[in-house]
Design a protein around this ligand. Structure first.
Ligand code: THU
Length: 131
C-alpha cells in the first residue's frame, strides 16, 4: 500500500503547477475506506494564493466525500526531504487522527515519517470550539 501511495504522489508531482518557485510537490493520502487521493502544488502569479500539494490532496478527498485519512505521503525530487509546511500541518490535523502517519519521500527512496501529533503538538482542533 505504501508503494501505491508513493506512486500516486509521484504522479501528482508530475502535474505540479509551480512556474514561480520551480519547486514541484506531489501528495497522496489513504482514506479510511482504502481509497487513494492525491494533489499537487498549484501556484499563482499572486504568489500568496499558492496552495500546497498536501492541502490540495486533502481537498480532493473531501470532494470525493472522504474526510478521514490514515496516511499521507509528500513526494519531491529533492535531495532534502520536504516536510509539510505549517499551514498544511493545521489542515492535516483537521482530517487525520493524532496517531496517523505522514511520510516525506523522494525519488531516491529516502523516507522520513512522523505521527500527526509530532508534526503539530498541542494543536488547535475542532474540539477547542466545543462549548
Ligand atoms: N509546497 C508544498 O506544496 N508543500 C509543502 O509542504 C511545502 C511547500 C509548495 C508551495 C510552493 O508552491 C512551493 O512548494 C515552494 O514553497
Amino acid at each position: 500500500m505504501f508503494e501505491q501511495l508513493v506512486e500516486a504522489a509521484r504522479a501528482a508531482y508530475l502535474k505540479a503547477y509551480a512556474p514561480y518557485s520551480n519547486f514541484h510537490v506531489g501528495a497522496s493520502a489513504l482514506t479510511i475506506d482504502g481509497e487513494i487521493v492525491s494533489g499537487c502544488n498549484v501556484e499563482n502569479a499572486s504568489y500568496g494564493l499558492t496552495v500546497c500539494a498536501e492541502r490540495n490532496c486533502i481537498a480532493q478527498g473531501v470532494i470525493n466525500g472522504q474526510r478521514r485519512f490514515s496516511e499521507l505521503v509528500v513526494y519531491t525530487e529533492e535531495e532534502m526531504l520536504t516536510p509539510p509546511c505549517g499551514a498544511c500541518r493545521q489542515v492535516i490535523v483537521e482530517f487525520m487522527v493524532q496517531s496517523a502517519k505522514v511520510y516525506a519521500v523522494n525519488h531516491l527512496g529516502k523516507v522520513k515519517e512522523w505521527s500527526v501529533k509530532e508534526l503539530l503538538p498541542d494543536a488547535f482542533t475542532p474540539e477547542n470550539l466545543q462549548k
